[in-house]
Design a protein around this ligand. Structure first.
Ligand SMILES: [Zn+2]
Length: 56
């Protein structure tokens, strides 16, 4: 079925795009000078949106 091949092709493309975006986000967060805002249980960077738990 042609549609099946289209879908599989699209899934592959999106997966690659997703992987690229994750790497880009990781790079941004690695180099970010974090500016955290704390709430009761977590702190979130207002620049890169990284969230960390305050309790381990
Ligand atoms: Zn940050």
């Amino acid at each position: 079925m042609k549609r099946v091949q289209e879908i599989e092709h699209e899934i592959t493309e999106i997966s690659q795009r997703l992987q690229k975006l994750k790497l880009e986000l990781e790079q941004i967060r690695k180099t970010c000078a974090h500016d955290f805002v704390e709430n009761q249980y977590t702190q979130t960077c207002v620049k890169c949106n990284l969230t960390e738990s305050l309790y381990y």
